[in-house]
Each structure stands twice: as C-alpha cells, then as structure tokens.
Design a protein around this ligand. Structure first.
Ligand SMILES: [Mg+2]
Length: 269
C-alpha cells in the first residue's frame, strides 16, 4: 500500500483522533485533507460500551462531521456478523453494558439478559458487564453448551480509569469461555471481522486500504494479517522505544495525524 493511491482509511479512535475527551492537534484539518484527497474513512473501535450515535456526537463536538455508517464498534460489528450468518441469528443472550444491548436491539434482534435462562438462543454475546454475576455466567454457559454461536466483543482484560485499573471485557469473557469450554468468535481488532465488515461496507480493496492506529498488537497486527496497509501514529500507547523493540513493522510511522495530513497533502497535491 502506498498513501499516494490510498482510497479507504480505517481509523482507530483513542490515541489517534482523541485522548479521552480531548481532540488530537490538527483533527479538523486532518479530516479536511481526507475529504480533499477523496479518501473514504471509517472509525473502528474495540469499545462496545457506546453506541454509534455516541461516536458521531463525540466527533461533532470536535467539529468533525461523520455519518452513522462510518462508525464500527465491536457492538455494531457483532450485529453485522450475526445478520450475515446462514441462517441469520435472531435471538441473542447478552452479557454487556446497556449501550451494547441498545445497539443489538436497534439492529432487530430478540434480546435476552439477566439471570433467568431463556429458551435456546441463536447466539450468546459477551463483553464488559459491570453487573456480571455467577447466575449470568451459568446462563451463558448453558446456552453455549446447547449450541449457541459464541461471540466476544474485545479482548482487553483490564483498562485504566482515574481510580486505577479495573477488569475489562476480556476478564468477563475469560470466565464465560472457561465455563462454556469453547473459544468465542472475537469481533474486535486484531481479529479480522471488524476490518472485513468495514471493507465490505465500502466495497474497499485490500491494495488501496490502510488501518491507522496507535496500538501495534491490535490495530497494526490485525491489518498486517489481512494484508492491508498499516499506518502507526506515536500519539497514543506506542512509544519509539516500543516500536524499536517490536517485530511488527508498520508501512508508515508518523508522530500523529497532523504529520500524516501534511504528508498526504504533499504526495497527493
Ligand atoms: Mg487506540
């Protein structure tokens, strides 16, 4: 992949476009450059605890206009994945936060949650659930052992908060996996589903598509496995030292999106 001929850019959020609630420097100009260069873009985030509407709103608050169909979370990617199964899944038992349930409900699935075991369902979806209990674990285990498709949102075992590290989706999923005795199908990066769902939506071609991210072991690794271009920015989790110590070699490395925008303007002028 050469950024001269780039047509579709898949973009990670945290550490690339924003840091918590603050936009990265040059954010609005970066999207103006993409627009002028005719590069289609989509946001790909492993976070399943917020709806696509919430990300459109977040970008709007930074002065960037996005459409709902440009947002891919491990929540709405789950919906795409389950709809594309043969036959399509219709009923789901969900271990997750309210926004994940809203996303799946709006996509038209019949949803079950809570501590009572429903009739057999087509799929069990597991992610972070701050009200996770032994009873929910038991229900999920039984449904998966009864043949339900088992979907996991994202593998992050912990994540930082102002109060310190807390258990993430990966910790809940580890419990379900142990009880069910079966590995899930993962929706989040670096697994291929999210990239593939986004590319299919845009009719994108691998040779003119790239992932832009700040995490080597998710964003960049997943893109490389699929054979698309990879662009690392050093504005997030990866430092120059991490980069030097890693076996993973991104195609392009920039300090941040402002530097990438400058380079795009130069090569595509
Ligand atoms: Mg990131």
């Amino acid at each position: 992949m050469n950024i001269k001929t780039l047509q579709t850019l898949l973009i990670d959020g945290d550490g690339v476009l924003w840091e918590a609630d603050d936009p990265m420097p040059g954010l609005v100009n970066f999207f103006d450059v993409l627009e002028r260069s005719g590069i289609a873009w989509a946001l790909l985030t492993n976070n399943a605890t917020r709806t696509t509407e919430a990300y459109v709103e977040k970008l709007r608050s930074f002065g960037v206009t996005a459409r709902l169909d440009q947002i891919f979370t491990s929540g709405n990617v789950t919906a795409h994945y389950l709809r594309d199964l043969t036959p399509p899944a219709q009923s789901i038992y969900v271990i997750g936060q309210p926004d994940l349930k809203t996303t799946l409900q709006q996509a038209g699935f019949t949803l079950f949650d809570g501590e009572e075991e429903p009739e057999p369902v087509d799929a069990v979806v597991a992610g972070i659930d701050r009200a996770f209990t032994y009873a929910k674990l038991r229900v999920a285990m039984r449904l998966i052992r009864n043949g339900a498709v088992y979907i996991a949102t994202n593998p992050d075992t912990t994540f930082p908060t102002p109060q310190g590290l807390v258990p993430g989706a990966g910790s809940v999923i580890a419990a379900v996996t142990a009880a069910a005795g079966r590995e899930p199908v993962w929706m989040g990066k670096p697994e291929p589903t999210m990239y593939q769902v986004a590319m299919k939506h845009f009719g994108a071609d691998l040779s003119t598509t790239a992932i832009l991210g700040d995490r080597m072991e998710t964003d960049i690794l997943g893109g490389q496995r699929l054979g698309m271009g990879t662009i690392l920015v050093l504005s997030g989790i990866t430092s120059r030292e991490d980069l030097a110590a890693s076996d993973i070699r991104p195609d392009y490395i920039f300090e941040g999106i402002a530097a990438l925008a400058d380079e795009l303007e130069k090569v595509r002028a």
